[in-house]
Ligand binder design. Sequence first.
Ligand SMILES: [Zn+2]
Length: 283
Amino acid sequence: MHWNVGRVKITKIVELETVGHTRFILPLATNEEIRKLPWLIPHFATEEGRLKMSIHALVVETPSRRIAVDTGLGNDKQGRSIPTWNNRRGPFLDDLTAAGFPPESIDTVLCTHLHVDHVGWNTRLVGGRWVPTFEKARYVFGEREYAYWRDHSVEPDKAAIFADSVAPIVEAGQADLIASDARICEEITLIPTPGHSPGHMSLHIRSEGEEGLLTGDVAHHPCQMAHLDWSSTADSDPVQSAKTRRELFARFADRPVLVIGGHFDAGHIQRDGNAFKFIVAGS
Ligand SMILES: [Zn+2]
C-alpha cells in the first residue's frame, strides 16, 4: 500500500494487524462509543465498534533518500510485557525486501519515539548478538527521547527494549541524535509532538506544493481526533498528549494534507464541532 506527496512516495509495510483487543491501550474507546462515530466504519473500525489497527513501518522515498520510519516489534525479542511480542518469527524483512526495499537499501532509519513497537527491527539477532538490521543506514533518534529512555528505563521491560533495540545502534556508531524540530532533508522537517512520550516527533513532508504528515503515535487511532482527551495508557503525559493532539490536528485540518498514523492508514483531518474527524484518503 503506498501514497504520494509530490515527489515523495510512502509505502506501508505491515508487521501485524489487529481488530479489537485495544481496551488495554485505549480504555475509553468502548464498542458503544465507537459506534457513535460512523465515519470510522468500515476503514478504521468494524460495524460492531471494534478498532482496526496495525503495527507497521513506513518507507519514505524522496528523490535523494530512502527512509524507514519506525520499525515495529522485531523478531526474537525477549522480556516484552505483552507475551505475544516475545520470540516473534515474523516475515517482516522478507516482506520489506519483496516490496523493493532490501534492508541494505535503506539509508536512514527514523524512530518517531523509542517505544517497543517502533524500534524492534532496528536490530536483529545474529550469532547471539543484536546487530543493526539496516547495515548501511544512519539511525535518527530524537536527542530528548534518547536521553529520557537511557536514564529512565528502570522497569525490566523498558530496560530490555533499550538494551536490545537502541543501545546496539549507538554502540555500532550508527546513531545520530537530533533536535525534535530538525530538518531531515529538503522535503522532510520534524515537528516536536510530546505527550505520548517525552521526545515524540512527527514528520512534515512538503514536495511540489503538496503536504503530508506522519503523526507517529500522537494518536493511536482516529477516534482520538473526535475525543482529544482519550489519552492512551501508553501516554507518558496524558494532559500534554491531549494538548498536542489539538494543536497538531488544528494546524493540518481542512487542508489537503495526507495524514498517516503510526497505527492507522492515510486520510485527511476535518474540523467537526470542537474536535475533528478523519476522512479516509481517496473517498
Ligand atoms: Zn505505537
